[in-house]
Structures are given as C-alpha cells and as structure tokens.
Design a protein around this ligand. Sequence first.
Ligand code: PLP
Length: 368
Amino acid sequence: MLFPWIEKTVQNYCKEQSIDKSKLINLGIGDTCHPLPDIISKALITSIKEMTRTNIGYNNEQGLSELRCAISTNIYNNIFSSEEIFITEGIANSLSMLIRNFPKGSTIAILSPTYPVYKTLLTLLDINVIELDIQNNFSNLPEQEDIDAIIVCSPNNPTGIAFSKNELQTLVCWAKKYDTLILYDGAYESFIFDDAIPKSIYEINGAKQIAIEMRSFSKSLGFSGLRLGYFSVSKELKHKNRFLLAIYKKIIAATTNGVSYPIQQAGIAAVSNEGLKEIEKLSFNYMEMTNKLKLHLLSENQNVLGGTHAPYLFLQIDGCSKKYFKKLLTNYQIITIPGIGFGKDGFVRLSGFIQENTFQRASKALSF
Ligand code: PLP
C-alpha cells in the first residue's frame, strides 16, 4: 500500500526540517475540510437526547425504515422500494458486504487507474483481479464470460471524470450479455453539475437488472468521520440464476446489527430538502476550488487533466510519480498522491477538497 509510504516520507521530511505537518500544503488524501452543516449536528444532538430519555435498542439491520423510505423517495424517485435499500457505514463497508457473495477464485474486473482499495480488498479475499484500461471508455471490453463482476467508479478517483450516458449504456449491455454484475461506486456523484452526465447507473436502460449502486455521505456532506452510506439491490436483479436481494438480506443480517441510530437520524436529515441543498452547496464549493487550482496549473503550462466531475486533478509529469511526489514535498512543501498508487505512473493526484487559504498557498507555491 502506498499510503503508509506517503505518511512515512512526510513524517521524515517534517522531522528533518523541523516543520509541523499542519504547516504543509495538503493536496493529498481526498478528505473533506468543512465542518458538518447545522442541520446534521442538530439531528445528531436531538437523537442522542432522545436516547437519554428512552431506550432505542437494536434496529433493523438493513437500516431504519424511515431512512430507507427517504432515500427511496428523495434520491431514487421511487424506482426502488425501501426493501431494496441497504444502509451501511459507507462504501468501504458496502463493498466488503457485496464482495462476500463472491467465493475465492471468482474473477472481478476493475478499471485502471482507480481507487486502490478495490484491488487490495479483492486480493485479500483471493479473488482474481483483471485490470481494464480506463482510456478505452468501454469501447473494447473483453469478450469473455468468466468475469463475475466489474467495479466501476464514476466520477472516477483519481481522474475526476465521469462516464457519459453512451459509455455506461455500452457497459450495461456488455454486462448483461456476459452476466457480469456491475458494482457501481457513486462516492462522487454529488460533484456532477452537468445534466448530460448520469449521476446514477440507474439512468441507463436495463441497469436495474445487472447493477448495484453504492453511495456515501463521506464526500458530499463530510461524513467521512461519521460513517454512513447505502446500496440498492433491485428485486429484478438476478445474477448467475440467483436473485441477489434475498442473498444480501442474509449477508447483512449475518454481518451487522445495523448502523448507529444517531448517525442514521443524521442521514434522514441529509436526504431532506434542506440536507440536499447543503450537499449541493458544499459540492459546488469544492468543485470551484478544484477549477481554480486547475486554471492556475494550466496558466503555469502544466498538463493537468480531470477535475471535471469530481474534485481531483491528475497532473501529468515526466517520469516516476514517487520521485515527483518527493520533489513537490521538498521544493514546495506540498503533499500529493503519486499516480502509481492508483495504478498509473507519470501522474500525481491533487485534491480539490480545500478551502480558499489552501488554494492561495498552493497557487503561490506552484509557480514553476
Ligand atoms: N470510493 C471511492 C472511489 C473513494 O475514493 C473513497 C474514499 O476516498 C471511498 C469509496 C470511501 O468511501 P466511504 O467513506 O463511504 O467508505
């Protein structure tokens, strides 16, 4: 894993230079930097007070019915019933539950470059991994029947670009032809502000019968420390001749007793009209920062890609991305993520999850 290497390299640098890590310009890990909106803190406090007055106890392991109904109505416009929604502690948790349906020796495809956790998780579970080059835009998906599932992240981390409707339609047709389950990671859907780009795989014809979409409040609302997400499995979804809804109901019942009550109450607030407005506001703000950083880098004649539908920029560099990471750290005090961590050397990823003061410092430092 690259992240421990980054941590160690940064720590050593800070020690050698007697610098506090907080003084560095952090464009590294893609974590949010705004505090929780009031509507969320109010929901948390109210539900904790409720728990001091009355015993709440265990809840449905699939999630509070009120939260699942709100997601079904406010997010999915009732294309799913609340029975088809599963509440989890975020996408990391959803994915590890979803993968339990695949025995050792199964084959799952991932895209390259992409979020490195997919490969780590699959390898840990002795699942064979096939990496498909993302540049192909699904134009040459392999004509093979033994790929049990494919994990697709759109908008993608680290490239900051989402797939178009046509590209996703190609993917869905291919998946149906070969009975390959699509595990669709929508961690960054709230950052899409282009109506032509699908925010959900379910905007694509036939997707309900072959895709499971995972979503999270980590990036959209700063829940990375609270932990809340969900995934949806249609009643119609049949994979390898098995209806998956019943299977995932068993898996969730066997692996969790549900997400904490106050956090689910915060989730109900998150998908209310006011919560959705906060999501839009915060996501727009991060995309503005990303765009400013991109424009600055372009004005410095840098070859910078992405930042279109998610707050990540992919800066093209000459040579080894780990070396370039060190150069940016030592010459400019900037933390980034080497592209090799996502399976693509020759790039570093810069995060746009920043506030104005970090942008100002970064743009001053990045004057080449
Ligand atoms: N999926 C992608 C593509 C991510 O980049 C991340 C975090 O960086 C996650 C999932 C993690 O999401 P969660 O916090 O909901 O577990």
